[in-house]
Design a protein around this ligand. Sequence first.
Ligand code: NDP
Length: 483
Amino acid sequence: MQDQDVQPFLIGAEWTRGEGTPFESRNPATGALNGLIGAASAADVDRAVATARAAQAEPAWRDMLPHKRAAILRRLADLIEADAEWLARRQMQENGKRLQECRDQALAGANAYRYFAGICEVMPSEVAPARGNHLSLVVYEPFGVVAAITPWNSPLTLESQKVAAALAAGNAVVLKPSEFTPGPALRVAALALQAGLPPGILNVVTGLGLETGGALVAHPDVRLISFTGGTATGKAIARAAAQRMAAVALELGGKSPHIVFADADLDKALDGVLHGVFSSTGQSCIAGTRLFVERGVYDAFVARLVARTRELKVGLPDDPATQVSPLSSFIHRDKVESMVAMAAEDGGRILAGGTRPADPALAGGAFFLPTIVAGLANDARLCQQEVFGPVLCVLPFDDEADLLRQANGTAFGLAAGIWTASMPRAWRVARALEAGTIWINTYKELSVSVPFGGFKESGSGREKGFYGIRTYQEPKTVMWGLA
Ligand code: NDP
């Protein structure tokens, strides 16, 4: 292997191949090698954090007026938009997501920088009501060095919403993208330098979870760890952070209930359920993976759902006709497959899919057919564990009490969807569901302007919306005596 063939990562203004053993990036649609990526060792991570810490303390960043910081973020947004096609294709090559979705995500990523540039210019400090002869001020300070650790399913959006908010709040960031999707982060970091972000304010260290991510989490100068990924990893990070009281913001997994009442517009509900679970090949933390249908319409609704699922076009991510592209890696496809086998062992009936596609044109990729499993109780393993693939469990319910017991009967609490014609019921059920986002007569609508995060084991803290910037700041009280 030639040293120059290894994709370097960014510390300050320096691109480096790092001391770790380079690792492979592969295209899950074809199995082709995308390239070799440099791996950051613990010493590289230490250098990245030291560089970030020094840059954050520099007047050039610390004292930069908010509207000037906002101007850099807006320039970065413009550069991302101009580069959207490259970014979209790179993400597609790395995680197999449909090209059109990657394009939409590149633009959404640019818009996250614009949104937090706007917040940066208007975020207020506060004067609290005084309870004595003093002025009570509350100002919001950056943490200092923020570690951002992200998964492979949607790096273009998930990384932007973290990095944009953290920078708008005045922090420096060390970003560790997933080993499966290092490309977008590296490119955006190069664009950030071009936009005028001072070197060292955004660093990217590529590498494996335990080695590179673990070193970042354990670093004593990282004051906030903003993590998106699986619940087990999130718990390990929270435990490590607790050793030195570092703050954590955790966006974790889900097993979201998608609920159809008999009085709903069933045609629209059908579209919503299909989109809710099978878009992004089910690799979405908010996927509606447990479908609850009111018993009176259960058989007819599930029969239509199965027919529509079998018609979904599974194909290559750059084919505009494709509705379901491959899973993000071969190792992940094997995991999804084994979870479907587990469901069958537990007595689940496979109503659709359950296998790899027969199409020889797809044989080289990590494909798995959209799958529907019936006949399991809500406490079965498939209904409780996150698959993170195109696998839907269908369950009937009898009344609202039965529904809420089952829908809330999970360790997770990320999202939920309700289809009904009754406004009072929609409101009642929305308030009773234990989840951070509820959709009524729609599903998987996302916006950078509303807070996003999980109840229960789906995480803690919120990203996006105005709360999104507060996640990256510490409130400081200043009491000014007037006596
Ligand atoms: P992982 O938890 O495996 O990994 C997430 C990130 O953490 C990756 O960069 C990974 O590196 C890194 N990592 C792994 N182990 C450690 C460790 N011990 N210390 C520090 N970093 C570590 O999740 P996946 O990448 O598999 O992503 C899928 C998960 O993400 C699903 O559970 C999904 O629900 C969740 N998710 C949550 C979202 C939300 O907003 N709530 C949104 C999207 C996804 P590496 O890739 O090298 O292993």
